[in-house]
Design a protein around this ligand. Structure first.
Ligand SMILES: Nc1nc2c(ncn2[C@@H]2O[C@H](COP(=O)(O)OP(=O)(O)OP(=O)(O)O)[C@@H](O)[C@H]2O)c(=O)[nH]1
Ligand SMILES: [Mg+2]
Length: 716
């Protein structure tokens, strides 16, 4: 393959609801450009893009795939993203290197939940969008409904460029109101014809609308438009490009990816009108500098995907952000400060790869055998000591615990999980010391079942999913006092330490203590030293040294604090972390010979434990803020399910045929929520959840938890 110049490159991501035809369109575009000489189909499991074993088994995409096509002396890179929301991590990573999104709309269905979700991802990343109504050959195809729902969802940004002449199973012709021509497809050939009279009026009307929309984006064009009341094709393209870049204009095209209708015209539009990589706003590096996509600039690569391929190992996919990358170049991985040599550069079309000697700024390629490089890393020419901002993956909303069925596989499981995380960074692996479980976090049950499938079939490790434990917290609600004497005087050196302390709930901004009232008794304290500790698990511990008259040597106070911290790490009620507590050590006793650190640690620990149990202890549970978008007709079912989960509904709003419910729900009640929600709404609802706060559990649940902990302790 020849080396394409920056201006000859386009980077496009294929997005849209599951099953809207992205993989089929990718195949059609590669076929149109001669990159493949036989067209595969998703149903026959022989596409270039869906080649991973799990994709073949499921008949749909799971990973984003990098493909390209060559057309009219241009190279179009495209990233075929999976449509299911479970794979949102793959979609956002694929959006990252793209300079435009093609969002497919399934012609029989119009805008679907997945269309909206993917649109939102492009919005957050400020990428131009073109819509493609695909599947117009389908017997239930409904172009008008598709346009209507597009306008409903995205308003007057929608700019119709094409309409079908004969949608349905004989579909083979499109009127294009930018070109003002009809494109007719038959026998693998395209005929460009004059628009037949019967479609002329409609075409004129849409043409005028498009001209106006194009003109709106450029003052010069606006003046020109007022002057001559029209724009020529060149001028329209200029205006459309401006509108695309500002996300004020989103053109709509028509295709049948299955029957190769409209593909060549779509490719031509991408070449003529979609922004080239150097026409996008220059991205900003970690030093706050704009780095233009300039082939003459210093070489810089950003790795947006790492995949592990059979027989090859790790493959890193990158975008050349600047400069000209040449085979054999030595670069610095500035993310981890390591040297890397780029021995080979590949262009890939799914499973197909071809070696090239060099690659210009703006292009997308891959390489193998790097030592330290992974997704999100920056590779720079020596002397360029900065990095690119990382891809932001959607926060996880589904979790499960996992363990190897045979303990002897533990190490293998750890390695497999970290490899899978590399390939899909939206899967997070947490080794919870607190819960004594490995917790895997992802986007949904299906997402994590894909991981399980890989463990079973690729890594061959027998594993088991279990409900994850809940990270409860313990705290107190009132003041309490305790004294504890640790004394051991049998043979050899003795042990002696006595600690008197008061504990109380921590409240932000509360003044330091001077007098406590405990059980009708007054305890006066004077603070000599204060340590405010931000606990690793959230919340605070404030430790006051209020010792007067040298009752305890200052050198023993760290030991007392250590004893208290040990108990904070394993709370007295259920062994969960304790938080938000103030402790004042105000008195005690020492022995001139027998006192040592161990003694004071134990005295501190036990005094704290005793006081804790008297201080109105409470178990707190994590509460999540959950947003659910529900089709209006399923609102009742979803609401009553939420109520069964102890949800507190914070608000409800209507958004384009959807009801948005905002609620606070205990994590303990969210187990398998995505699966339930999906079955209640036939997959038409979506939700997000993020940690909000800790709240006390209801009394009856506290009872249950205490009993369960007691039983567990007895078992041990
Ligand atoms: N009739 C018709 N069927 C199509 C067309 N494009 C795709 N299909 C079919 O629709 C189904 C889904 O197509 P895919 O290409 O896998 O869709 P996708 O958008 O990649 O799906 P995900 O990867 O799951 O998001 C397959 O059975 C295709 O054959 C089309 O233009 N017309
Ligand atoms: Mg697909």
């Amino acid at each position: 393959m020849k080396t394409y110049q920056t201006k000859q490159i386009r980077n496009v991501v294929l997005l849209g609801n599951a099953g809207s035809g992205k993989t089929t369109l990718a195949e059609a575009m590669m076929y149109a450009g001669g990159v493949i000489d036989r067209k595969g189909s998703v149903d026959q499991k022989n596409t270039v893009s869906d080649y991973n074993p799990i994709e073949l088994e499921q008949g749909s995409s799971v990973f984003s795939t990098v493909c390209y096509t060559e057309y009219q002396d241009h190279k179009i890179n495209f990233l075929d993203a999976p449509g299911l929301d479970d794979f949102a991590g793959q979609a956002v990573a694929a959006i990252h290197p793209a300079d435009m999104a093609l969002i497919l709309v399934n012609a029989p269905n119009g805008v679907e939940v997945g269309t909206e979700i993917h649109y939102r991802h492009t919005d957050e990343r400020n990428k131009p969008v073109t819509f493609v109504i695909n599947g117009l050959d389908h017997e239930k195809s409904n172009y008008e409904k598709s346009i209507e729902t597009l306008k409903e969802s995205f308003g007057n940004k929608i700019a119709v460029v094409q309409f079908p002449v004969n949608e349905g199973d004989t579909f083979n012709a499109i009127v294009d109101v930018l070109k003002m021509k009809m494109y007719k497809y038959a026998g693998g050939k395209t005929e460009v014809l004059d628009i037949p009279d019967e479609y002329r009026d409609k075409a004129e009307e849409l043409h005028n609308e498009l001209v106006e929309k194009a003109a709106e984006n450029d003052e010069g064009l606006m003046e020109l438009f007022f002057e001559k009341e029209s724009l020529d094709e060149e001028e329209m393209r200029k205006g459309i490009k401006e509108g695309l870049l500002r996300r004020d204009l989103m053109p709509v095209f028509c295709t049948s990816a299955k029957k190769d209708v409209g593909i060549d015209r779509l490719l031509e539009f991408i070449i003529n009108t979609a922004p080239a990589p150097d026409e996008m706003p220059a991205p900003v590096n970690s030093k706050g500098e704009e780095v233009p996509c300039d082939p003459k600039g210093p070489v810089s690569l950003f790795v947006f995907k790492t995949s592990i391929e059979e027989h090859i190992g790790e493959v890193n996919f990158f975008k050349v952000m600047s400069g000209e990358l040449k085979e054999g170049m030595d670069l610095i991985n500035t993310s981890v400060s390591a040297k890397e040599r780029i021995n080979q550069i590949f262009v890939t079309a799914g499973k197909k790869r071809e070696k090239v000697p060099s690659m210009m700024a703006g292009d997308i390629g891959s390489t193998v055998k790097l030592k330290s490089t992974k997704t999100n890393h920056t590779l720079n020419e020596p002397g360029q000591d900065w990095t690119w901002p990382a891809i932001e993956y959607p926060s996880p909303k589904y979790r499960t615990a996992i363990k190897a069925v045979n303990e002897s596989d533990d190490e293998k499981l750890g390695e497999a999980l970290s490899r899978f995380h590399e390939e899909d960074p939206a899967v997070l692996i947490e080794y919870s010391k607190e819960l004594k479980q490995i917790i895997i976090h992802g986007q949904g049950e299906h997402h994590l079942n894909i991981l399980k499938w890989h463990l079973d079939n690729i890594f061959k490790i027998e594993t088991q999913f279990m409900p994850p434990k809940i990270p409860y917290r313990e705290t107190i609600t009132k003041v309490a006092q305790a004294s504890y004497r640790h004394k051991k005087q049998t043979g050899g050196a003795g042990q002696f330490g006595e600690v008197h302390l008061v504990i109380e709930p921590y409240r932000e901004g509360a003044p330091d203590p001077d007098t406590y009232k405990v059980n009708g008794k007054e305890i006066k304290v004077s603070v000599r030293d204060k340590q405010e500790i931000d606990l690793d698990w959230g919340g605070k511990l404030v430790f006051y040294n209020c010792i007067v008259g040298g009752a305890i040597d200052a050198r023993f106070l760290p030991a007392i604090l250590k004893g208290i911290m040990e108990r904070m790490e394993e709370g007295p009620l259920t062994g969960s972390y304790a938080r938000d507590i103030r402790v004042a050590v105000y008195d005690g006793k020492m022995h001139p010979v027998d006192s040592n650190e161990i003694s004071f640690k134990l005295a501190g620990r036990n005094a704290f434990s005793m006081a804790f149990k008297e201080a109105g202890p409470k178990i707190m549970e994590p509460i999540y803020l959950v947003n659910v978008w529900v089709p209006s007709d399923r609102m009742g079912d979803v609401m009553s399910d939420l109520q069964g989960r102890r949800a507190v509904v914070m608000g409800m709003t209507s958004e384009k045929g959807f009801e948005k419910i905002t609620a606070k729900v205990p994590l303990a009640e969210m187990n398998k929520y995505s699966t339930t929600l999906s079955s209640l709404t036939n997959g038409r609802a979506i939700y997000t959840m993020e940690f909000s706060e800790y709240q006390q559990v209801p009394a009856e649940i506290q009872e249950e938890l205490l009993k369960a902990y007691e039983a567990e302790q007895q078992e041990d």
